[in-house]
Design a protein around this ligand. Sequence first.
Ligand code: BMA
Length: 308
Amino acid sequence: MLIERFKGNPILTRDDVPYPVATVHNAGVTKYRGKYIMIFRSHLFNGRSILGYAESSDGYHFTVGRHPFMEPAGTGIFKEYEEYGVEDPRITSIDDQFLITYSAYSRHGVRIGLAVTRDFNKIERLALITEADYRNVVIFPEKFDGLYARLDRPHSEISPWSVWISYSPDLKFWGNSRLIMKPLQYHWDEMKIGPGAPPIKTKRGWLNIYHGVFPTMDGNVYRLGVALHDLKDPSRVIAVGDRWILQPEEVYEITGYVHNVVFTCGAVPEEDGSVKIYWGGADKVMCVGTAKLEDLADHCLAHPRNPL
Ligand code: BMA
């Protein structure tokens, strides 16, 4: 097993939240001042989502903040595009600040918002950084030739749900976009793939832990896979591991708000070469497991497939 599930899973449920929510899932996680900070998604009882805050000293036992962290904006352009809710946050630490990307839902579709914080107390919405029909934007924690880089996942009928890369000088304007990874027909991720956790730097390349979806008669199954990107040029995918690294197996992954889902928005690398991978179980609870970064890189290289 590449990923060892924490025995105390699920680590966070709606019962841990001091305000009324139906779910706790798909959380971005990072470290700040020696603490693990988790920004999680919750469905309200009207089916729309908000983001909550939790913190932990060991990465396993989290305490939830008394109030929501982010709710749909009340003013300006963000109000118009977040009307239906904010979802699936990813956190990247870069330049002494934390960048939080999130899906902004509205009557115009889904696009990506970018908020910035230095202390998880004061948050500023910087920009809406995609048009509609984008989800799953993860920003690299380093710049490349002076440019920020992100993986994202636009959708079109001709080339459905594939992974692209884009660059930006200022986090607001993004370009030089290119498709770099596609779903593979009749494989576990044949229907959709999308970036999961913000990429993690290892000696052998950037690890991109992503999700893949397979359609079945019983609905879609969400699993996790991993790909390795070149350290200097992340648009170059060195290898995509052909086999999944995690699939719904435990009761809290098989049944919940949406059945058969493991979905990651965050993973925290540790100094000992391990990584804590966080995932939502069945869109209802938060889970964690550990893996070795070396093993994940080996997995990509041992069973590689063509990214395109
Ligand atoms: C995707 C997103 C995720 C969710 C997944 C499974 O389309 O909505 O937030 O975890 O479906 O329901």
